[in-house]
Design a protein around this ligand. Structure first.
Ligand code: SAH
Length: 361
C-alpha cells in the first residue's frame, strides 16, 4: 500500500501521530512551518536532534504532483499540466494580479456538470481530487513562482475555478482549505480563497461547515430557461432555489457574493437581460463579474463586442449593482476560464473519433 501523503494531514493528525511515536507533539508545528512556510520538502531527511522525528516522518509520502508541461502566456499567466500519482492530469494556472499571483486550482479530474459553454465539461468526470492533490497543486505552483518570479512570489491567493465543481467534492476541498488555513502552515486567510460553484445545492447547504471563504456563483443568466441550457444542473436546482440558499450564508461586513456572468453573443447579453439581472440581485450583497465568453476549438458560442459588454455593465451599475469585467488572462494558451482541458486527451479523443469514422467508411 502507498504511504499516507504528508499533505493529507491536518496539524492535529500530525500531533497525534507524533504522540503515538513518542515524539513531543509541539514538533508538529516545526514540521508544518518547514514544509508550508519554507517549502523545504527535503526536510524529513534532515538530521534531527531526535532521530525519533525522522523515523516518525519516514512513514509519510512527501511527493508532489509532477509538472509535465508548462506554458507561459504573453500577459504573465502560466499554465501547468500536473500529473497525479495514478497518471491522471489536471491543469493549474498562475495568474498575475497587481501585487501578487492568484492560483487557479482544479478540484476534480474533469467535471460532471457538463455546462454547454465549458471546455472542461466536455471531458466528463474522471474522479475527485484528494485534499493532498489540491494542496499539491498549490505548493508546486508557489515553488515555481519563488524560483521563476522571485520579485512577486508572496504566497498566492486561491480561486477554485479550474477543472471541476468544488462543491461536488465537498469533503476533500474542505479538508484542503482547512489545512491551507493552518496558522503554523500556509496561514492563508479565508478571504484569500474564492470558491466558485455552478450552483450545486447540496454543497451550498453545507457551506456553514467550512471556513468563511469567498463564494462565487456562476449565474450566467437571470432566466431559468436560458440557464437550463447553459448549466444543466439548473434543472435540478433553479435560480431561485440557489439564491435562496446563498442568502442564508452569513457574510462579514464588507463581504459580498460574487456573481459570475458569462457574456455570450446574442444569447444572454441584451439590455433586457441586464435589467432582469439587476432586478434579481437588487438588495443583495452582490458583485457581478462579467466574463466575456472565451472561445475554444469548436465552441458553440461567440464572444460579444466590447460595446455590448460596456452597455451591459453600465445598465447594471445604473441599477446600483457593482460590476467588474474580467479581463481575459492567458487566452493565447487556452488557460482562460472554461478553456482548461487536457489537450493530450483531446488529441487522443479526436484520433479515436477519426479512426472510428475511417472504419465506418
Ligand atoms: N464549477 C465551478 C468552477 C469552475 S469554472 C463553477 O462553475 O463555477 C470557473 C468559471 O469559468 C465559471 O464561472 C465558469 O462558468 C467560467 N467559464 C467556463 N467556461 C468558460 C468559457 N468558455 N469562457 C469564459 N468563462 C468560462
Amino acid at each position: 500500500m502507498d504511504n499516507v501523503s504528508f499533505y493529507s494531514l491536518t496539524l492535529g493528525h500530525l500531533k497525534d501521530h507524533f504522540l503515538q511515536n513518542n515524539v513531543k507533539p509541539f514538533h508538529a508545528q516545526t514540521v508544518f512551518t518547514e514544509i508550508y512556510k519554507k517549502l523545504n520538502f527535503n526536510f524529513q531527511k534532515s538530521d534531527f536532534d531526535t532521530p525519533l522525528i525522522t523515523d516518525a516522518l519516514g512513514v509519510f509520502d512527501f511527493s508532489l504532483p509532477k509538472i509535465v508541461r508548462e506554458q507561459n502566456a504573453k500577459d504573465g499567466t502560466t499554465k501547468f499540466l500536473l500529473e497525479m500519482k495514478d497518471g491522471l492530469k489536471v491543469e493549474t494556472v498562475l495568474i498575475p494580479f497587481h501585487k501578487r499571483f492568484t492560483v487557479c486550482l482544479s478540484s476534480q479530474v474533469g467535471c460532471a456538470m457538463n455546462c454547454s459553454f465549458c471546455y472542461t465539461g466536455t471531458q466528463g468526470l474522471k474522479r475527485n481530487l484528494l485534499a493532498q492533490e489540491i494542496i499539491g497543486q498549490y505548493l508546486v505552483a508557489w515553488q515555481w513562482l519563488i524560483q521563476n518570479r522571485p520579485e512577486k512570489s508572496v504566497c498566492p491567493n486561491i480561486v477554485f475555478m479550474g477543472q471541476g465543481e468544488p462543491l461536488h467534492n465537498f469533503d476533500e476541498v474542505k479538508k484542503a482549505i482547512d489545512i491551507m488555513l493552518t496558522t503554523e502552515g500556509l496561514h492563508l486567510g479565508p478571504r484569500q480563497i474564492t470558491l466558485s460553484t455552478a450552483g450545486y445545492l447540496p454543497g451550498i447547504e453545507r457551506l456553514n461547515e467550512m471556513a468563511r471563504v469567498n463564494i462565487a456563483l456562476s449565474l450566467h443568466s437571470p432566466t431559468n430557461s436560458v440557464r437550463n441550457e447553459l448549466i444543466p444542473l439548473n434543472r435540478s436546482y433553479n435560480i431561485e432555489t440557489v439564491l435562496n440558499a446563498l442568502g442564508k450564508i452569513p457574510l462579514l461586513k464588507r463581504q459580498f457574493v460574487n456573481f459570475e456572468y458569462l457574456l455570450i453573443k446574442d444569447l444572454n447579453n441584451s439590455s433586457e437581460d441586464a435589467v432582469k439581472l439587476a432586478t434579481l440581485l437588487q438588495g443583495k450583497k452582490a458583485i457581478v463579474n462579467l466574463i466575456p465568453f472565451n472561445e475554444f476549438p469548436d465552441s458553440p458560442y461567440k464572444r460579444p463586442s466590447v460595446e455590448s459588454i460596456d452597455r451591459f455593465k453600465l445598465i447594471l451599475e445604473e441599477n446600483g449593482i457593482p460590476t467588474t469585467v474580467r479581463t481575459t488572462k492567458g487566452d493565447d494558451i487556452l488557460a482562460a476560464c472554461g478553456q482548461l482541458k487536457v489537450l493530450d486527451e483531446i488529441t487522443q479523443a479526436k484520433k479515436l473519433r477519426d479512426e472510428k469514422n475511417k472504419n465506418n467508411l
